[in-house]
Design a protein around this ligand. Structure first.
Ligand SMILES: Nc1ncnc2c1ncn2[C@@H]1O[C@H](COP(=O)(O)OP(=O)(O)OP(=O)(O)O)[C@@H](O)[C@H]1O
Length: 372
């Protein structure tokens, strides 16, 4: 039986302006009863709180460990080290990709998830294929108002995927009405073998129809190539191991709500979504972002198909629409949100940035250089 630790002297509480009371309380407890001492006394569950971007430190959580390359170091080097989801630089990851025999995987590290019931903070893996446990998800929906971090989350996921997979292993098609993913546009992952670009802003019905036709034909072709194949969870992995390079296919529709008023566009998109969702085991995956959560913008069928839902900075009605009555409010912190997976449990998450930098433009520049 463990004796309750006694704290004789509580250090002075210094509240900086950017610190919330909750963080200050944790800091105070941590100072009074440090982790090392807790471990010595057999207490191992002492998770850090989710990292919070602040005015002084807007980029505390990154996908990759930033490179030690002075020329590309973010302008103001912070005193604290960055917290990175992947303990490798992007270059190390690229080398790893070239050396290893790569398997198909749509598990994407996107941040940290707080699990108070397990007293743990874990890496948050989005699982578009659905292979792990009850948490695994299938299609992903990220909902949040403007400037809540949706595009940033897409950038982090695209950086991960295009780093892990060569274009013959991953093909992406993007509908990006606001040009938020432009940094990635020139990558070969976004081009069809025919040379056609798999990218549209979707602003004209004509463009959208052409785009949908190309993707639908691709999906049909894959089906025709293996007419007798019974697609199961590991079929794609088995085909890869036999040397058949059939790319995983990811469809991203950013700002999906913007198509709701255009009847023919939204009908065509819904049909495409349904096809992609139904052929997940063949390696077709879907990510949607939306500023709206009501049935007027996202039909119950599309909402129901999204096994993983992330809500960023939602107000109460939207939280209910997305997560039901169990949803709770989170602090207004960039990249902080709620997550619900197929087990219908709700957790708080902090999403990672794809690039370091104190301002949006310096992060954008870093990301562009990184991809180039
Ligand atoms: N995970 C994060 N960590 C720290 N800051 C973040 C994070 N995500 C977003 N931000 C901050 O919030 C700003 C807005 O993010 P982003 O552009 O991704 O939002 P959005 O929801 O896509 O908005 P819009 O719909 O207007 O494009 C970013 O420039 C960044 O400063």
């Amino acid at each position: 039986m463990l004796s309750t630790p006694t704290v004789n002297k509580t250090p002075q509480l210094r509240l900086s302006r950017s610190q919330t009371l909750f963080e200050a309380a944790i800091e105070r407890i941590s100072a009074a009863y440090p982790k090392d001492l807790a471990r010595k006394e057999g207490i191992h569950s002492w998770p850090d709180p989710l990292p919070s971007p602040t005015f002084q430190r807007p980029d505390p959580l990154l996908l990759f460990t930033p490179a030690e390359d002075g020329s590309r170091r973010p302008e103001a080097e912070p005193s604290q080290p960055y917290q990175a989801i992947i303990p490798m630089t992007r270059n190390e990851m690229l080398e790893h990709r070239n050396r290893e025999r790569i398997k198909p995987s749509m598990q994407i590290p996107l941040g940290l998830v707080d699990k108070p019931e397990e007293q743990q903070v874990d890496t948050f893996l989005v699982d578009l294929h659905g292979t792990t446990d009850a948490r695994s998800g299938g299609p992903l929906l990220i909902a949040g108002p403007q400037h809540s971090g949706k595009a940033t989350a897409l950038q982090t996921m695209l950086l991960w995927l295009t780093t892990c997979f060569l274009p013959e292993r991953l093909r992406c098609a993007v509908i990006d009405p606001l040009g938020e993913l432009d940094q990635f546009r020139a990558l070969p992952h976004f081009r069809h073998p025919s040379g056609e670009t798999l990218w549209t802003d979707g602003n004209s019905d004509e463009d959208l129809t052409r785009f949908i036709r190309t993707i639908s034909a691709d999906i049909q072709q894959r089906h025709d190539k293996f007419p007798n194949q019974r697609w199961e969870r590991h079929t794609l992995a088995q085909l890869w191991s036999q040397g058949l390079t059939m790319p995983q296919f990811l469809l991203i529709i950013s700002n999906y709500q913007s198509f709701a008023e255009r009847v023919s566009a939204s009908t065509a998109l819904q049909k495409l979504i349904q096809t992609v969702v139904e052929t997940r085991l063949q390696g077709h995956y879907l990510i949607l972002t939306s500023t709206e959560t009501s049935a007027r913008y996202i039909t119950p069928e599309v909402m129901g198909a999204c096994g993983t839902k992330i809500g960023l900075a939602l107000h109460e009605r939207q939280r209910h629409e997305l997560f039901g009555h169990a949803a709770f409010s989170t602090e207004a912190i960039p990249g902080r949100g709620l997550l619900m997976t197929t087990d219908r449990k709700i957790h708080q998450v902090q999403l990672a940035l794809s690039a370091p930098g104190h301002t949006e433009s310096s992060r954008d520049q870093y990301l562009r250089q990184e991809i180039a």
